[in-house]
Design a protein around this ligand. Structure first.
Ligand code: HXC
Ligand code: NAP
Length: 262
Protein backbone atom coordinates (compact mmCIF):
# COMPACT_ATOMS: atom_id res chain seq x y z
CA UNK A 1 0.00 0.00 0.00
CA UNK A 2 1.45 3.36 -0.99
CA UNK A 3 -1.08 6.05 -1.58
CA UNK A 4 1.00 8.72 0.14
CA UNK A 5 4.36 9.14 -1.56
CA UNK A 6 5.55 9.71 -5.11
CA UNK A 7 6.45 6.27 -6.50
CA UNK A 8 9.99 7.33 -7.49
CA UNK A 9 10.71 9.02 -4.13
CA UNK A 10 13.68 6.77 -3.31
CA UNK A 11 14.84 5.83 -6.79
CA UNK A 12 18.51 4.93 -6.91
CA UNK A 13 18.87 4.38 -3.16
CA UNK A 14 20.18 1.25 -1.49
CA UNK A 15 18.68 0.55 1.93
CA UNK A 16 19.60 -2.03 4.57
CA UNK A 17 16.77 -2.98 6.94
CA UNK A 18 17.92 -5.14 9.84
CA UNK A 19 15.23 -7.54 10.98
CA UNK A 20 13.48 -6.75 7.69
CA UNK A 21 12.04 -10.24 7.34
CA UNK A 22 9.10 -9.74 9.69
CA UNK A 23 6.78 -7.18 11.29
CA UNK A 24 7.67 -3.52 11.15
CA UNK A 25 10.91 -4.26 9.34
CA UNK A 26 9.15 -6.14 6.55
CA UNK A 27 6.53 -3.42 6.14
CA UNK A 28 9.30 -0.82 6.00
CA UNK A 29 11.39 -2.80 3.51
CA UNK A 30 8.31 -3.33 1.33
CA UNK A 31 7.47 0.38 1.28
CA UNK A 32 11.06 1.51 0.62
CA UNK A 33 11.19 -0.92 -2.32
CA UNK A 34 7.86 0.37 -3.66
CA UNK A 35 9.36 3.85 -3.58
CA UNK A 36 12.25 2.73 -5.77
CA UNK A 37 15.00 1.68 -3.36
CA UNK A 38 16.90 -1.59 -3.60
CA UNK A 39 16.29 -3.13 -0.20
CA UNK A 40 18.68 -5.43 1.63
CA UNK A 41 17.00 -7.56 4.27
CA UNK A 42 19.17 -8.93 7.07
CA UNK A 43 18.23 -11.33 9.85
CA UNK A 44 19.47 -14.43 11.65
CA UNK A 45 17.00 -16.69 9.81
CA UNK A 46 18.11 -16.61 6.20
CA UNK A 47 14.97 -18.37 4.97
CA UNK A 48 12.77 -15.67 6.54
CA UNK A 49 14.86 -12.91 4.95
CA UNK A 50 14.75 -14.71 1.61
CA UNK A 51 10.99 -15.12 1.74
CA UNK A 52 10.63 -11.40 2.46
CA UNK A 53 12.91 -10.47 -0.43
CA UNK A 54 10.95 -12.83 -2.70
CA UNK A 55 7.67 -11.14 -1.77
CA UNK A 56 9.17 -7.76 -2.65
CA UNK A 57 10.49 -9.07 -5.96
CA UNK A 58 7.10 -10.60 -6.74
CA UNK A 59 5.53 -7.17 -6.23
CA UNK A 60 7.94 -5.65 -8.75
CA UNK A 61 10.49 -4.29 -6.29
CA UNK A 62 14.21 -4.92 -5.92
CA UNK A 63 15.50 -6.76 -2.85
CA UNK A 64 18.15 -9.15 -1.58
CA UNK A 65 18.56 -11.20 1.57
CA UNK A 66 21.51 -11.81 3.88
CA UNK A 67 22.05 -13.87 6.97
CA UNK A 68 23.00 -11.37 9.60
CA UNK A 69 23.35 -11.38 13.37
CA UNK A 70 23.74 -7.73 14.32
CA UNK A 71 25.65 -8.83 17.44
CA UNK A 72 28.51 -10.05 15.26
CA UNK A 73 30.51 -7.02 14.07
CA UNK A 74 32.58 -8.91 11.51
CA UNK A 75 29.44 -10.41 9.98
CA UNK A 76 27.87 -6.95 9.78
CA UNK A 77 31.04 -5.57 8.16
CA UNK A 78 31.03 -8.40 5.64
CA UNK A 79 27.38 -7.81 4.67
CA UNK A 80 27.96 -4.08 4.24
CA UNK A 81 31.02 -4.78 2.06
CA UNK A 82 29.02 -7.19 -0.12
CA UNK A 83 26.16 -4.70 -0.47
CA UNK A 84 28.52 -1.92 -1.53
CA UNK A 85 30.28 -4.27 -3.91
CA UNK A 86 27.07 -5.48 -5.55
CA UNK A 87 24.99 -2.31 -5.52
CA UNK A 88 27.63 0.41 -5.70
CA UNK A 89 26.92 2.00 -2.33
CA UNK A 90 24.62 2.33 0.64
CA UNK A 91 22.28 5.25 1.34
CA UNK A 92 19.88 4.22 4.12
CA UNK A 93 20.36 2.06 7.23
CA UNK A 94 17.29 1.15 9.25
CA UNK A 95 18.28 -0.29 12.63
CA UNK A 96 15.12 -2.26 13.30
CA UNK A 97 16.35 -5.65 14.61
CA UNK A 98 15.47 -6.15 18.27
CA UNK A 99 14.70 -8.69 20.92
CA UNK A 100 12.35 -8.34 23.84
CA UNK A 101 10.43 -10.33 26.42
CA UNK A 102 8.51 -9.58 29.56
CA UNK A 103 10.37 -10.48 32.75
CA UNK A 104 10.40 -8.96 36.21
CA UNK A 105 13.86 -7.61 36.84
CA UNK A 106 14.29 -9.63 40.03
CA UNK A 107 13.82 -12.78 37.91
CA UNK A 108 16.02 -11.67 35.00
CA UNK A 109 19.37 -13.44 34.53
CA UNK A 110 22.50 -11.48 33.60
CA UNK A 111 22.51 -13.29 30.27
CA UNK A 112 18.88 -12.29 29.65
CA UNK A 113 19.85 -8.66 30.26
CA UNK A 114 22.98 -8.95 28.12
CA UNK A 115 21.12 -10.61 25.25
CA UNK A 116 18.66 -7.75 24.77
CA UNK A 117 21.26 -5.02 25.19
CA UNK A 118 23.51 -6.88 22.75
CA UNK A 119 20.88 -7.13 20.00
CA UNK A 120 19.30 -3.69 20.40
CA UNK A 121 22.06 -1.33 21.52
CA UNK A 122 25.28 -3.08 20.52
CA UNK A 123 23.67 -4.23 17.27
CA UNK A 124 22.73 -0.65 16.42
CA UNK A 125 26.29 0.48 17.11
CA UNK A 126 27.73 -2.39 15.03
CA UNK A 127 25.55 -1.61 12.01
CA UNK A 128 25.99 2.16 12.23
CA UNK A 129 29.77 1.85 12.63
CA UNK A 130 30.12 -0.67 9.81
CA UNK A 131 27.95 1.44 7.48
CA UNK A 132 29.66 4.76 8.25
CA UNK A 133 32.02 4.97 5.27
CA UNK A 134 29.42 3.88 2.71
CA UNK A 135 26.68 6.16 4.09
CA UNK A 136 29.12 9.04 4.22
CA UNK A 137 29.70 8.64 0.47
CA UNK A 138 25.99 8.61 -0.41
CA UNK A 139 25.02 11.08 -3.16
CA UNK A 140 21.59 11.34 -1.49
CA UNK A 141 22.90 12.18 2.02
CA UNK A 142 23.20 9.02 4.10
CA UNK A 143 20.49 8.22 6.66
CA UNK A 144 20.53 6.16 9.83
CA UNK A 145 17.04 5.56 11.17
CA UNK A 146 16.86 3.58 14.41
CA UNK A 147 13.64 2.12 15.76
CA UNK A 148 13.22 2.74 19.49
CA UNK A 149 10.09 3.24 21.62
CA UNK A 150 8.76 6.02 23.83
CA UNK A 151 9.20 3.64 26.78
CA UNK A 152 12.89 4.50 26.39
CA UNK A 153 12.35 7.71 28.33
CA UNK A 154 9.39 6.75 30.50
CA UNK A 155 10.98 3.53 31.76
CA UNK A 156 9.28 0.21 31.05
CA UNK A 157 8.30 -2.00 34.00
CA UNK A 158 8.68 -5.64 32.95
CA UNK A 159 11.04 -4.80 30.08
CA UNK A 160 14.04 -3.18 31.80
CA UNK A 161 16.73 -4.28 29.33
CA UNK A 162 14.74 -3.17 26.28
CA UNK A 163 13.97 0.21 27.86
CA UNK A 164 17.63 0.75 28.77
CA UNK A 165 18.86 -0.43 25.37
CA UNK A 166 16.42 1.77 23.47
CA UNK A 167 17.38 4.77 25.64
CA UNK A 168 20.98 4.00 24.74
CA UNK A 169 20.10 3.94 21.05
CA UNK A 170 18.34 7.29 21.37
CA UNK A 171 21.46 8.74 22.97
CA UNK A 172 23.69 7.17 20.32
CA UNK A 173 21.61 8.71 17.51
CA UNK A 174 21.87 12.15 19.13
CA UNK A 175 25.62 11.79 19.47
CA UNK A 176 26.09 10.56 15.92
CA UNK A 177 23.82 13.31 14.59
CA UNK A 178 26.45 15.75 15.83
CA UNK A 179 29.56 13.70 15.05
CA UNK A 180 28.39 12.71 11.57
CA UNK A 181 26.22 15.70 10.62
CA UNK A 182 29.13 17.17 8.67
CA UNK A 183 30.08 13.73 7.35
CA UNK A 184 27.00 13.57 5.09
CA UNK A 185 24.94 11.33 7.41
CA UNK A 186 21.70 12.21 9.22
CA UNK A 187 20.90 10.13 12.32
CA UNK A 188 17.42 9.94 13.81
CA UNK A 189 15.19 7.57 15.72
CA UNK A 190 11.54 6.62 15.39
CA UNK A 191 9.59 5.72 18.51
CA UNK A 192 6.53 3.60 17.74
CA UNK A 193 3.78 3.06 20.27
CA UNK A 194 2.08 -0.34 20.34
CA UNK A 195 1.66 -1.51 16.76
CA UNK A 196 -1.07 -4.05 16.02
CA UNK A 197 -0.36 -7.36 14.32
CA UNK A 198 3.29 -7.54 15.37
CA UNK A 199 5.43 -9.94 17.37
CA UNK A 200 6.29 -7.08 19.72
CA UNK A 201 2.69 -6.27 20.64
CA UNK A 202 1.90 -9.98 20.95
CA UNK A 203 4.77 -10.64 23.37
CA UNK A 204 4.49 -7.54 25.44
CA UNK A 205 0.75 -6.84 25.54
CA UNK A 206 -1.39 -9.70 24.18
CA UNK A 207 0.37 -12.65 25.82
CA UNK A 208 0.31 -10.78 29.13
CA UNK A 209 -3.43 -10.06 28.81
CA UNK A 210 -2.72 -6.33 28.76
CA UNK A 211 -4.09 -5.33 25.36
CA UNK A 212 -7.19 -3.53 26.71
CA UNK A 213 -5.15 -1.85 29.43
CA UNK A 214 -2.67 -0.53 26.87
CA UNK A 215 -5.36 0.45 24.36
CA UNK A 216 -7.21 2.48 26.98
CA UNK A 217 -4.10 4.66 27.27
CA UNK A 218 -3.81 5.47 23.58
CA UNK A 219 -5.52 8.85 23.06
CA UNK A 220 -6.45 8.21 19.44
CA UNK A 221 -8.18 4.96 20.45
CA UNK A 222 -6.32 2.45 18.33
CA UNK A 223 -2.98 0.72 18.12
CA UNK A 224 -0.73 1.88 15.33
CA UNK A 225 -0.49 0.05 12.04
CA UNK A 226 2.72 -1.26 10.55
CA UNK A 227 2.18 1.20 7.72
CA UNK A 228 2.20 4.10 10.22
CA UNK A 229 5.82 3.24 11.03
CA UNK A 230 6.92 2.43 7.48
CA UNK A 231 5.72 5.83 6.27
CA UNK A 232 7.63 7.56 9.07
CA UNK A 233 10.79 5.79 7.91
CA UNK A 234 10.10 6.76 4.30
CA UNK A 235 9.73 10.40 5.32
CA UNK A 236 13.05 10.46 7.18
CA UNK A 237 14.76 8.62 4.31
CA UNK A 238 13.40 11.00 1.68
CA UNK A 239 14.50 14.46 0.51
CA UNK A 240 11.81 15.88 2.84
CA UNK A 241 13.97 14.74 5.75
CA UNK A 242 17.15 16.46 4.61
CA UNK A 243 17.32 18.90 7.54
CA UNK A 244 16.07 16.51 10.21
CA UNK A 245 18.98 15.33 12.35
CA UNK A 246 19.16 14.00 15.90
CA UNK A 247 15.44 13.88 16.47
CA UNK A 248 13.05 11.25 17.83
CA UNK A 249 9.96 10.96 15.67
CA UNK A 250 7.31 9.66 18.06
CA UNK A 251 4.58 7.72 16.26
CA UNK A 252 2.40 6.55 19.13
CA UNK A 253 -0.98 8.30 18.85
CA UNK A 254 -0.09 10.46 21.88
CA UNK A 255 0.48 7.48 24.20
CA UNK A 256 3.64 8.93 25.75
CA UNK A 257 1.66 11.69 27.50
CA UNK A 258 -1.37 9.66 28.51
CA UNK A 259 -2.38 8.31 31.92
CA UNK A 260 -5.61 6.88 30.51
CA UNK A 261 -9.05 8.41 30.16
CA UNK A 262 -9.67 11.40 32.46
C1 HXC B 1 13.19 -14.39 30.86
C2 HXC B 1 14.40 -15.02 29.01
C3 HXC B 1 13.22 -15.09 28.24
C4 HXC B 1 11.98 -14.77 28.87
C5 HXC B 1 14.90 -15.62 26.97
N1 HXC B 1 15.41 -15.37 28.20
N2 HXC B 1 13.57 -15.45 26.97
N3 HXC B 1 14.40 -14.67 30.29
N4 HXC B 1 12.01 -14.44 30.18
N5 HXC B 1 10.83 -14.80 28.22
C6 HXC B 1 16.80 -15.48 28.61
C7 HXC B 1 17.31 -16.90 28.46
O1 HXC B 1 16.92 -17.71 29.56
C8 HXC B 1 18.80 -16.68 28.40
O2 HXC B 1 19.37 -16.44 29.66
C9 HXC B 1 18.92 -15.37 27.61
O3 HXC B 1 17.65 -14.72 27.74
C10 HXC B 1 19.20 -15.60 26.14
O4 HXC B 1 18.19 -16.45 25.61
P1 HXC B 1 18.39 -17.21 24.20
O5 HXC B 1 17.12 -17.88 23.88
O6 HXC B 1 19.64 -18.04 24.26
O7 HXC B 1 18.71 -15.96 23.24
P2 HXC B 1 18.66 -15.83 21.66
O8 HXC B 1 18.55 -17.19 21.01
O9 HXC B 1 19.77 -14.95 21.31
O10 HXC B 1 17.23 -15.13 21.40
C11 HXC B 1 17.03 -13.76 21.72
C12 HXC B 1 15.62 -13.54 22.35
C13 HXC B 1 14.51 -14.18 21.48
C14 HXC B 1 15.46 -12.05 22.52
C15 HXC B 1 15.62 -14.21 23.73
O11 HXC B 1 13.26 -14.01 22.11
C16 HXC B 1 14.48 -13.57 20.10
O12 HXC B 1 15.18 -14.07 19.20
N6 HXC B 1 13.69 -12.47 19.89
C17 HXC B 1 13.60 -11.81 18.57
C18 HXC B 1 12.20 -11.42 18.25
C19 HXC B 1 11.62 -10.42 19.24
O13 HXC B 1 12.01 -10.43 20.43
N7 HXC B 1 10.68 -9.59 18.75
C20 HXC B 1 10.03 -8.61 19.57
C21 HXC B 1 10.67 -7.31 19.35
S1 HXC B 1 9.53 -6.15 19.99
P3 HXC B 1 20.10 -17.63 30.54
O14 HXC B 1 20.53 -16.94 31.77
O15 HXC B 1 19.04 -18.67 30.77
O16 HXC B 1 21.23 -18.13 29.69
C22 HXC B 1 10.24 -4.95 20.81
C23 HXC B 1 9.36 -3.87 21.35
C24 HXC B 1 7.91 -4.25 21.52
O17 HXC B 1 11.40 -4.90 20.90
C25 HXC B 1 7.07 -3.08 21.98
C26 HXC B 1 5.64 -3.44 22.15
C27 HXC B 1 4.80 -2.26 22.45
P1 NAP C 1 9.71 -8.73 15.10
O1 NAP C 1 8.75 -9.05 14.01
O2 NAP C 1 10.04 -9.78 16.09
O3 NAP C 1 11.03 -8.17 14.41
C1 NAP C 1 12.30 -8.29 14.96
C2 NAP C 1 13.23 -8.69 13.84
O4 NAP C 1 14.56 -8.59 14.30
C3 NAP C 1 13.01 -10.12 13.35
O5 NAP C 1 12.84 -10.09 11.95
C4 NAP C 1 14.30 -10.85 13.71
O6 NAP C 1 14.66 -11.76 12.67
C5 NAP C 1 15.30 -9.70 13.82
N1 NAP C 1 16.37 -9.96 14.76
C6 NAP C 1 16.27 -10.28 16.07
N2 NAP C 1 17.48 -10.46 16.60
C7 NAP C 1 18.37 -10.23 15.60
C8 NAP C 1 19.78 -10.26 15.52
N3 NAP C 1 20.53 -10.57 16.59
N4 NAP C 1 20.37 -9.96 14.34
C9 NAP C 1 19.62 -9.66 13.25
N5 NAP C 1 18.28 -9.62 13.26
C10 NAP C 1 17.67 -9.91 14.43
O7 NAP C 1 9.23 -7.46 15.95
P2 NAP C 1 8.46 -6.10 15.60
O8 NAP C 1 7.35 -6.01 16.56
O9 NAP C 1 8.22 -5.95 14.16
O10 NAP C 1 9.56 -5.02 16.06
C11 NAP C 1 10.40 -4.36 15.14
C12 NAP C 1 11.05 -3.15 15.79
O11 NAP C 1 10.07 -2.23 16.24
C13 NAP C 1 11.94 -3.46 16.98
O12 NAP C 1 13.05 -2.59 17.00
C14 NAP C 1 11.03 -3.15 18.13
O13 NAP C 1 11.75 -2.87 19.31
C15 NAP C 1 10.31 -1.93 17.60
N6 NAP C 1 9.04 -1.62 18.26
C16 NAP C 1 7.98 -2.43 18.03
C17 NAP C 1 6.76 -2.12 18.61
C18 NAP C 1 5.54 -2.97 18.37
O14 NAP C 1 4.46 -2.66 18.87
N7 NAP C 1 5.67 -4.05 17.62
C19 NAP C 1 6.65 -1.00 19.43
C20 NAP C 1 7.77 -0.20 19.65
C21 NAP C 1 8.96 -0.51 19.04
P3 NAP C 1 15.49 -13.10 12.96
O15 NAP C 1 14.81 -13.77 14.11
O16 NAP C 1 15.45 -13.84 11.67
O17 NAP C 1 16.87 -12.63 13.31
Amino acid sequence: MNEIFRPDLLDGRVAVVTGGGTGLGLETATLLARLGAHVVIGGRRLEVAREAAASILAAGGSASAYQLDVRDFSEVESVVAQVVDQHGGLDILVNNAAGNFRCKTEDLSPNGWRTIVDIDLNGTFNCSRAAFAALSASPHVGRIISIITSYAWSGWPGCAPAAAAKAGIQSLMRTLAVEWGDRNILCNSIAPGAIGDTEGAKRIHEDAGRTDHELSRVPVGRFGSRHDIATAVAYLASPAGRYVNGTDLVVDGGRQFSFGKA
